[in-house]
Structure formats: C-alpha cells, structure tokens
Design a protein around this ligand. Structure first.
Ligand code: FMN
Length: 167
C-alpha cells in the first residue's frame, strides 16, 4: 500500500507525510501517479473544496482502498453522508481530517474570490451561532488544525489491514 495526496496550501501534505512517517508507507503526490502500478493499493488524502475531494477523480482507475478528506470544519461539511455521496465513495472507508487554511489575504485567484463570497454570506446571517462565528474567524485570520491525534482512526484502519496480512 502507498499514500497518495493532493494539497494546495500544505495542510494535507503534512498529514500525508505524518502518516508516511508513522507507517513507513511510501508517499506520492497525484502528479507522480504514473510511478504507481494500477494494482497497488492506495490510501488517498485530498483537500476539500465545497465538499469535493480534490483530484480524487484522477485516481478512479487506480486501486484506491480508503479516502481521507481534509477541510477546515470541526467535522466534514456539510456532513459525512453528503461528502461520501458527492465524491462517489460509497462503501469505502472515509476519514475526515481537520486541516487548516491560510489567512484570506494570502489566498490567491479564484479560491480567494470563492472564500470572500462565502465569508460575506456567513456575515450576512442574522442569527450567527458559534460555528458560524468560528468559520468567519478561521477564513479571515487563518487556522492550523493539523494534529497527529487526528490520524488515529486512519492508523487503526491501516494496522487492521496489516494484521489481516493485506498490506
Ligand atoms: C475555495 C475553497 C473552498 C473550500 N471548501 C471547503 C469545504 O467545502 N469544506 C471544508 O471543510 N473546507 C473547505 N475549504 C478549506 C480547505 O479544504 C482546507 O483549508 C484544507 O485543509 C486545505 O488543505 P491544503 O492545505 O492541503 O490545500 C475550502 C477552501 C477553499 C480555498
């Protein structure tokens, strides 16, 4: 088994490298996919944009066994079931990893425009709950939620597969 990841601002990359260090599995970026045999089992990590796990579609013909999505919410947004359906990964282990984001002013291009509109929409809400206030602060000021302990479920899954002699 190998680790493949896609990361735009580096948070998912940190998780991929942490996972590689803890398991000894090799780690590749999606652009290096040609180095991997189509039979090789893959655990994929990708950052999420509007609930879509980026670049997962580039691995459809590969042997992906589990998927991790990294986002800024406390839990997968809008919710785990929607993320699974939107990414067509029904029946596959899915792990949500809380990543992080750069302050809005450091984000460029279309991503910045999308996030600016999103913050505007959140700010316009009349009754802002704690999670809405948190989301606004995270996008405007940046946030780093990468923690080794967030990989616990993924490591458990890898170890269980190893115990079965599959990895
Ligand atoms: C345009 C845009 C849309 C995003 N949409 C979501 C989302 O739907 N859900 C979420 O949890 N995070 C969302 N995020 C946040 C990123 O997924 C999160 O910051 C991720 O950890 C970044 O990973 P990276 O540093 O590896 O690129 C979005 C970020 C951007 C720029």
């Amino acid at each position: 088994m190998v680790i493949v990841y896609e990361s735009k601002t580096g948070f998912t990359k940190r998780y991929a490298e942490m996972l590689a260090a803890k398991t000894g599995l090799k780690v590749f970026r999606v652009k290096e996919i040609s180095k991997i045999s189509p039979d090789e089992e893959i655990i994929f990590l990708g950052w999420m944009k509007v609930g879509k796990i980026q670049d997962l579609d580039k691995l459809r013909k590969f042997n992906v066994k589990a998927v991790c999505g990294s986002g800024t919410g406390r839990t997968a947004e809008p919710d785990t079931e929607t993320v699974i359906a939107r990414n067509k990964i029904e029946g596959m282990p899915f792990f949500y990893l809380r990543g992080g984001c750069l302050p809005l002013k450091e984000i460029k291009g279309m991503d910045r425009i999308m996030l600016s509109l999103f913050v505007k929409m959140l700010k316009s809400r009349k009754d802002k709950d704690e999670r809405t206030e948190e989301a606004i602060a995270i996008i405007e000021n940046g946030f780093d939620g990468v923690k080794e302990e967030n990989l616990a479920d993924v490591l458990e899954w890898i170890n269980a597969k190893r115990a079965e002699g599959c990895v």
